[in-house]
Design a protein around this ligand. Structure first.
Ligand SMILES: [Zn+2]
Length: 317
């Protein structure tokens, strides 16, 4: 009988023996990370979870044999948005330690390919450091991605999709987030309350200080959200449609399928010690010693450990 690990993409729906099978299959683990945060008068507080989780699930349904989606990290770093009711902030240290602990747990069990799929802009610097630390403090590889960046893999996608101004039309509760949410959970959009909103400092047309989801000025001030918007909407939400959300979803899923398929079997790059004399003490920051990580020259197959004698279906090319 085939293990359910071959067809289930939701991590928490597996049993522990099936987790052993998933490890044998070299599955990539995707951890959606978001925030509970205001998204204007028309979108619920869970936008930054619904979007990355929806895309990860859509990808999992296509390539369940290659990946697992972890339960999302709901609470993110959003201290600058606390002037809006409903926003839940976690201290950046709490947030980073929690996500790092998830990555370390996965690595300890034997998953060696992890992706943090982020849905909340201000998580990015925190998760960047988490991914770096996970790479140095475990023998797994951990990559940070943001769902909207999947739309930039094909340089022709966004120019053919976007109607709003740049910069500022796509930033927060905007043309992009509203479209995707309309597609994924349209019943929960307050459609009669959709209104555009400006980022007030963008209107100064200053070459240094401006922002958008797809770029920002070279010296942009990251300040209290309530100081540059009244409604909490940053962008042209009135241009959003569910049909545009479907196009975004299809494109993001397509690119995430490509990514996971590539990442899963890519052998880990080799470390080489350049010291003439080998260091005489342990790495002082909890990082992995050079020979702790077993090299997997032929990809994940060589980390294959036995799993209760259960047969795992052969992996496709
Ligand atoms: Zn958002």
């Amino acid at each position: 009988m085939t293990s359910r690990a071959a067809t289930e993409y939701r991590y928490e729906k597996l049993t522990w023996p099936e987790i052993n099978d998933a490890i044998d299959m070299g599955k990539v683990c995707i951890v959606p990370c978001g925030a509970v945060e205001q998204h204007g008068p028309h979108l619920p507080l869970d936008v930054d979870i619904v979007c990355p989780q929806g895309i990860a699930y859509g990808t999992g349904r296509q390539i369940a044999d290659k990946m697992l989606v972890l339960p999302p990290v709901w609470y993110g770093y959003t201290g600058h948005v606390m002037d809006f009711p409903g926003t839940i902030n976690t201290n950046y240290t709490t947030f980073m330690e929690q996500v790092l602990d998830i990555a370390k747990s996965l690595a300890y069990h034997g998953f060696k390919k992890i992706m943090l799929l982020n849905g909340h802009g201000s998580n990015m610097p925190n998760l960047d450091l988490v991914a770096r630390r996970a790479c140095l403090e475990t023998d797994a590889e951990c990559i940070l991605g943001a769902w909207w960046r999947l739309l930039q893999v094909d340089p022709e996608f966004l120019p053919s999709w976007r109607e709003s101004k740049f910069p500022g039309g796509c930033a927060h509760a905007c043309e992009l987030e509203t479209s995707l949410y309309l597609y994924l959970d349209g019943d929960n959009v307050r459609k009669d309350r959709i209104e555009n909103g400006d980022i007030s400092f963008n209107l100064e047309n200053n070459p240094f200080n401006w922002c958008d989801l797809f770029g920002s000025g070279p010296a942009t001030i990251v300040n209290w959200t309530s100081s540059y918007t009244d409604s909490g909407v940053l962008g042209e939400a009135e241009l959003a449609t569910a049909a545009k959300g479907k196009r975004v979803y299809d494109e993001a899923v397509k690119q995430l399928v490509r990514f996971v398929t590539w990442y899963k079997d890519r052998p880990k790059d080799r470390r080489k010690l350049r010291h003439r004399k080998a260091p005489t003490m342990a790495m002082p920051w909890g990082q992995q010693p050079i020979d702790a990580a077993p090299l997997r020259e032929d990809g994940p197959k060589s980390n294959g450990k036995k799993s209760n004698g259960k047969k795992v279906p052969a992996r496709k090319g």
